[in-house]
Design a protein around this ligand. Structure first.
Ligand SMILES: Cc1ncc(COP(=O)(O)O)c(C=O)c1O
Ligand SMILES: N[C@@H](CCCC[NH3+])C(=O)O
Length: 419
């Protein structure tokens, strides 16, 4: 198991067991039950501080990656703004005590209610995505709500090298105002003249899980003439920095990404304050999901299926994007893993696969704890309760202390919306 995929403050106890943030994972399983997400809190804090050092205090954590009140409070304490893409994300960040002026409101289809809430609360920035949204903001301001500071999201016409579902910078996109079509110029002109918007900058986000730093550089170069012409004070390059999920993958650090982006902006003559919105690169590697093995089925000549007590409801990424993950036993982190298995969940779907080609030690047995690393982003946040499986709890560990920040869903929770 490549140890660099584990959270930063992971160690191996004398008996070979995994310890994260000073807490033994087997003890956490006894205390909280499985499955559960465990986050190394200092890892999260370090990444947030790294982002602020790279991009300054305007840098926003993309809360879609993982959000609960503890996480919102944590990134706020470390000096980041928060990118919220819906009224729900805004509500959670506000409930955590994050001041509205530290929020950046996103969304390609913000509703009237969401915009009303954003204006009434006084969010720091709204990233405007369409002409219809401009109409709605103008109507709300005409109705007496305060004028918001806005950035316009521009689609630069750049194909990021990533999965089709998470590319956003190409011309054929539901996001932003297209540069090639002329919509970007028209929108900037309108926002500039509108008395219902205070236009402060341009925003671009080319996609997520992008490894090729050159794609980001290209976006900067493409937008530089626009940014420079208008002389706006802010330029956000969005998020999207890729992270390593499996053996052999390597990613840039936030510091390296920041250095390349800032240099690219300088090279393109951009004098605006450059900011960014990392999500995955803050949260993904900070967490591990821990399951219990319930069933092992050997299909001779075919494969071995290992079923755990979670699945596509706590990590839909393998099903959605064919994403790969590693598997290991927290009781024997550094052990050889000669046995090939397919790790599956407990849902009524053949596609409910967590790891298509996983490797485990030969002595894997029913009742073992089994973990998948790098599950801190787009796991809990994209989870569901398909099959009425209960959503797992989230535990933050630090210096030997474990605190429950999201409790496990209960059967009563499943019934609370039924009328
Ligand atoms: C507008 C915007 N900003 C930031 C992000 C965060 O991206 P990532 O988690 O890849 O850093 C996303 C998601 O891709 C996004 O849509
Ligand atoms: N949910 C995607 C990323 C989408 C980013 C949101 N704009 C993933 O898990 O990779």
């Amino acid at each position: 198991m490549p140890l660099q995929l584990l959270p930063d403050h992971s160690t191996i106890a004398a008996d070979g067991s995994l310890v994260i943030g000073g807490c033994r994972v087997d003890d956490l399983a006894s205390e909280f039950g499985t499955p559960f997400f465990v986050y190394d809190e200092v890892h999260l804090r370090d990444r947030a501080r790294e982002a602020v050092a790279a991009f300054g205090p305007g840098v926003a954590y993309a809360s879609k990656a993982f959000l609960c009140t503890a996480m919102a409070a944590l990134v706020h304490e470390e000096g980041m703004c928060i990118d919220v893409a819906t009224g729900g994300e805004m509500r959670v960040a506000l409930a955590a005590g994050v001041p509205a002026d530290r929020l950046v409101m996103h969304g390609n289809n913000k509703s009237n209610l969401e915009l009303e809430m954003a204006l009434a609360e006084g969010v720091g920035r709204i990233v405007v995505d369409s002409f219809d949204e401009m109409d709605r903001i103008e109507a709300l301001v005409a109705g007496g709500l305060p004028v918001p500071s806005v950035l316009l999201r521009i689609t630069p016409g750049i194909e990021a090298h990533t999965h089709e579902f998470v590319k956003t910078g190409q011309d054929d996109s539901k996001f932003g105002f297209g540069l090639a079509s002329g919509a970007a110029r028209t929108a900037l002109d309108r926002a500039h003249r509108s008395t219902a918007m205070h236009l402060v900058g341009i925003h671009v986000h080319i996609g997520s899980q992008v490894f090729v730093v050159d794609s980001f550089r290209k976006a900067v170069q493409t937008l530089a003439p626009l940014v420079n012409d208008l002389g706006l004070p802010e330029f956000s390059i969005g998020g999207g920095l890729g992270v390593a999920y499996v053996e052999g993958e390597e990613s840039a650090t936030i510091t390296q990404w920041g250095a390349v982006m800032n240099q690219a902006c300088r090279d393109a003559g951009i004098t605006a304050q450059v900011s960014a919105e990392p999500g995955r690169s803050i949260a993904a590697a900070a967490a591990v999901t821990v399951y219990t093995v319930g069933t092992i089925k050997d299909l001779p000549g075919i494969r071995t299926y290992v079923s755990v007590d979670g699945g596509m409801s706590d990590n839909p990424r393998p099903v959605l994007y064919g994403s790969g993950y590693e598997t290991f036993l927290p009781r024997a982190v550094a052990a050889d893993r000669p046995r090939e298995i397919r790790l599956v969940g407990k849902h009524c779907e053949s596609g409910d696969v967590l790891v298509r080609e996983g490797y485990v030690p030969d002595d894997l047995a029913v009742g073992d704890l089994l973990a998948t690393p790098v599950t801190g982003a787009y796991g809990h946040s994209m989870g569901s309760n398909y099959n009425k499986v209960l959503r797992p709890p989230v535990v933050f560990v630090r210096d030997g202390d474990a605190r429950l920040v999201v409790r496990r869903e209960t059967y009563d929770d499943l019934l609370r919306l039924d009328v």
